[in-house]
Design a protein around this ligand. Structure first.
Ligand code: 5RP
Length: 241
C-alpha cells in the first residue's frame, strides 16, 4: 500500500503535469503536499520540459524551496494575474470549499490563489469530509495587538456556534509542533485555531462575519475558489472538477 508521502507525491506531480505549461505564471502552495508540486516544477524546468515559467510562492518556506531548485520567482506586485495555483488543504467539503492554514500560510495562500485563473487543490483522501468544522480546526491569522480580545470577539460570533479559540504555539507556524512560544506567521502575526465541535453549515456567512472582526488579518475558509481537486486514495487518483 502507498504511504501517505507517496500519495502526496502522486497528486503533487499530477497537478504540475496536467496544469502547468511553458510560459505560465504559477502559484506555489505551502505544506507537505504542495512540496511535491514545487519539486516537480523544479525538475521540469531543469530538464527543459518546461520553459519560461515564473512562480509566486505562498510562504517563506516555499520561497526557499523554489530558490534552491532554481525556479524563477516574481511577486503579485509585478504579476497581478496567475495562470494556475497549486496547493494542499486541511479539509475539503463536497462542494470544494476548503479549510486551509494548518501550515500557517493562509494569508499569502489566499491572496495568491484568489489572483489565479485556475486553482488546483491536491490532497490525499484523509482531507475529504462531509462538512467543514469538526474535521480540522479553523485557522485565523490575527494581529498580535490585543490578541486575547480579538480571540474573545471571534468566540462571541453567533455563526461560530460556540467554537473555542486556541492560540497557536510553537517554534514555527506549523500547528503540528509543540512549543512554549506563540507561533508567528510569515507576516509577523499570530494564528488562532477555532475548535469547531459542530459542522459549519454556512461557510460563506461565517467567513463574512470573521473578516469583519477588527484585528483579523485573514481566515482559512476558502469558499468557492477551487477549480479542480486531485485526490489520492488507495484505489488511485480521482479528479473532481
Ligand atoms: C498551509 C496550508 C496547507 O496547504 C495545508 O495545511 C495542508 O498541508 P499538508 O499538505 O502538509 O497536509 O494550508 O497553510
Amino acid at each position: 500500500m502507498a504511504s501517505q508521502d507517496e500519495l502526496k507525491k502522486q497528486v503533487g506531480y499530477k497537478a504540475v503535469d496536467d496544469y502547468v505549461r511553458s510560459g505560465m505564471v504559477v502559484g506555489l502552495g505551502t505544506g507537505s503536499t504542495a512540496f511535491f508540486a514545487v519539486e516537480r516544477v523544479g525538475q521540469k524546468l531543469k530538464s527543459g520540459e518546461l520553459q519560461d515559467v515564473v512562480a509566486i510562492p505562498t510562504s517563506v518556506r516555499t520561497k526557499e524551496q523554489a530558490e534552491a531548485l532554481g525556479i524563477p520567482l516574481v511577486t503579485l506586485d509585478t504579476h497581478s494575474r496567475l495562470d494556475v495555483a497549486i496547493d494542499g488543504a486541511d479539509s475539503v467539503d463536497p462542494d470544494g470549499n476548503l479549510v486551509k492554514g494548518g501550515g500557517g500560510a493562509l494569508f499569502r495562500e489566499k491572496i495568491v490563489e484568489k489572483a489565479s485563473d485556475k486553482f488546483v487543490v491536491i490532497v490525499d483522501q484523509s482531507k475529504m469530509c462531509d462538512a467543514l468544522g469538526p474535521h480540522f480546526m479553523l485557522p485565523i491569522e490575527i494581529l498580535p495587538f490585543c490578541h486575547e480580545h480579538t480571540m474573545r470577539c471571534l468566540e462571541a460570533l453567533p455563526s461560530m456556534n460556540g467554537a473555542k479559540a486556541v492560540l497557536r504555539m510553537g517554534s514555527s507556524a506549523n500547528n503540528k509542533c509543540d512549543g512554549d512560544e506563540i507561533a508567528v506567521s510569515d507576516n509577523g502575526c499570530y494564528l488562532v485555531d477555532m475548535k469547531c465541535t459542530s459542522p459549519i453549515t454556512d461557510a460563506v456567512r461565517l467567513a463574512d462575519d470573521i473578516i469583519k472582526v477588527v484585528g483579523v488579518v485573514e481566515h482559512g475558509l476558502f469558499c468557492g475558489m477551487t477549480d479542480h481537486v486531485i485526490i489520492a486514495g488507495t484505489d488511485g487518483i480521482e479528479v473532481k472538477d
